[in-house]
Ligand binder design. Structure first.
Ligand SMILES: O=P(O)(O)OC[C@H]1O[C@H](OP(=O)(O)OP(=O)(O)O)[C@H](O)[C@@H]1O
Ligand SMILES: NC(=O)CC[C@H](N)C(=O)O
Ligand SMILES: [Mg+2]
Length: 505
């Protein structure tokens, strides 16, 4: 997951995009970038770091224009090097800049095909740069002459959907024309659109989450549909078209568990309300497994588990207490790069209030247990603070399968629940008891809030990859690439590329 935003405004957009990125910061902490469109020219600034650290006044001044895009990055492909920060730019046709949330699963093959067939060179290992080049090629193929119209753009997206596999929510600016936004045919990653009426005309903003629209005074219009493309020209006229043959909405369930902000509404379901429901369903399970008197107090692991823990306590008629205080200046640990940093940051981020633990049987609730970094540390902190018994509950089911759609967990061995029974995970995190949400209950938590949502991308829990192209070999290969040092990776990728090249021949 990354955060993306695209704007067509009637005044300067640099500050607007900056503010939107601040509201989307929870989706990516590694790099940030803004590109603006003024006349026929783009200006761009991007670097590694948080939004507040990346942009200085001089950088903001260098971003004039009334339309633009921005991104906060959490890398899933290539590396975290600054060259792979987004947006990406390509000069032909017309001049296009693009920002992407998601992960392509056939980017290596596309990279070769593009070189072989289209003579397009992609300079990084970023799947997003590949995506931009596919888009550019298809726009080139769909246009004749010097001008561009929305139907040509929609034709290009239609072909792109046929070539590209994986997840992609995209915002792109075409120099001198306007903003193109689209979502993959499964609608895996979120994307929504809002508007703002001004004296000079209507402004539009497309963003990963509704919180960006709402926080900046835009009115939520709707979610971008799976497979749909939207184009807003520089005068603020909006066009849209369904560009996929068989679109099927399968939003990522993990957005509702952890990734998105609770004050966002994704595909018609409030993330906050879904998390409350997760707490309610988890409470039902706990009621079946424990007797009254087993638990003295319920505590959340700040921040993301709060709504679930709160509702769970209410439904069990138990005290809800804040036993851990979060240092608000430390970012989200799960999306930090590297296990060493993640582990160190949990201790820096959370501190226990001992008096809340002394002699008590505590039920600690987290939204999820992924690598077990947080839960291991937290259980120990509860014990060190004098807890009599530590029961751990996860508002999501065990995370047992790699994610290939934009969450950086490509290797099975890093997942604490992979190859372990619940009892073994419980021992691993040194808890006295462990309760996981059931997968059906998780899905129901979201469907309860929006009954129109029936199907989900929940591969990390159930191993079902909705795009249908993920084989055991594919998973083995991405795991191999991740587990081996760079020169070995290059060999592996090179030999795979050679293989693909042979196939293309
Ligand atoms: O099992 P793990 O690998 O530790 O991953 C799961 C934990 O990571 C996340 O917290 P994070 O600190 O990222 O953010 P939050 O403050 O939004 O809860 C999530 O909320 C869990 O607490
Ligand atoms: N998490 C994401 O959405 C990542 C986008 C893109 N795959 C990258 O690595 O930069
Ligand atoms: Mg957390």
């Amino acid at each position: 997951m990354c955060g993306i935003v695209g704007v067509v405004s009637q005044g300067p957009v640099n500050q607007l995009i900056y503010d939107a990125l601040l509201l989307l910061q929870h989706r990516g902490q590694d790099a940030a970038g803004i590109a603006t469109n003024h006349g026929n020219t783009f200006s761009m600034y991007k670097a590694n770091g948080l939004v507040r650290d990346v942009f200085r006044t001089r950088n903001m001044r260098s971003l004039p224009g009334t339309a633009g895009i921005g991104q906060v990055r959490y890398p899933t492909a290539g590396s975290s090097s600054e060259e792979e920060a987004q947006p990406f730019y390509v000069n032909a046709p017309f001049g296009i800049i693009l920002a992407h949330n998601g992960n392509l699963t056939n980017w290596e093959q596309l990279k070769i095909e593009m070189f072989k067939n289209d003579r397009r060179h992609v300079n990084t290992d970023s799947d997003s740069e590949v995506l931009l080049n596919v888009l550019a090629h298809e726009i080139q193929m769909a246009t004749t002459g010097y001008s561009l119209d929305p139907s040509a753009l929609f034709k290009a997206v239609t072909v792109l959907h046929k070539r590209v596999r994986g997840s992609y929510a995209v915002v792109a600016q075409i120099a001198g024309y306007g903003l193109l936004a689209f979502r993959d045919p499964f609608g895996i990653r979120p994307l929504c659109i809002g508007f703002n009426e001004t004296d000079k005309g209507t402004e539009y903003m497309v963003a990963s989450e509704s919180v960006a629209l709402e926080g900046l005074g835009f009115r939520f219009l709707r979610d971008v549909l799976p497979g749909e493309a939207i184009f807003v020209d520089l005068d603020g006229k909006l066009y849209n078209q369904q560009c996929a043959d068989n679109p099927m909405l399968n939003p990522c369930a993990f957005e509702f568990v952890y990734l998105a902000r609770p004050d966002s509404i994704i595909d018609g379901a409030s993330v906050y309300a879904s998390r409350l429901k997760m707490g309610e369903h988890l409470a039902e399970k706990i009621k079946r497994q424990f007797s009254a008197g087993d638990i003295d107090v319920v505590m959340p692991i700040p921040d993301s588990s709060r709504p679930a823990a709160m509702e769970l306590a209410l439904k069990l008629n138990l005290d809800y207490r804040e036993g851990f205080i979060k240092n608000r200046y430390i970012g989200r640990t799960f999306i930090m790069p590297g296990q060493g940093l993640r582990k160190k940051s949990v201790r820096q981020k959370l501190n226990a209030i001992s008096s809340e633990f002394k002699g008590k049987s505590v039920l600690l609730v987290d939204d999820s247990i992924v690598r077990g970094t947080t839960s291991r540390e937290i259980v120990q902190m509860a014990r060190d603070s004098g807890a009599k018994r530590v029961i751990f509950a996860s508002a999501a089911p065990p995370v047992m399968f790699p994610n290939v759609y934009g969450i950086d967990m490509p290797t099975r061995n890093e997942l604490i629940a992979y190859g372990r029974s619940e009892e073994e995970v419980c021992r691993e995190i040194t808890a006295d008891a462990l309760v996981y949400q059931d997968i059906d209950a998780l899905k129901r938590s979201i469907s309860d809030v929006n009954p129109a949502l029936k199907d989900f991308e929940a591969s990390c829990f159930d191993g079902i990859y909705v795009t249908g192209d993920i084989s055991r070999d594919y998973l083995d290969r991405i795991e191999y690439v991740r587990n081996n040092p760079k020169p070995v990776i290059e060999d592996a990728v090179r030999s795979q590329l050679a293989l693909n090249l042979a196939r293309v021949d």
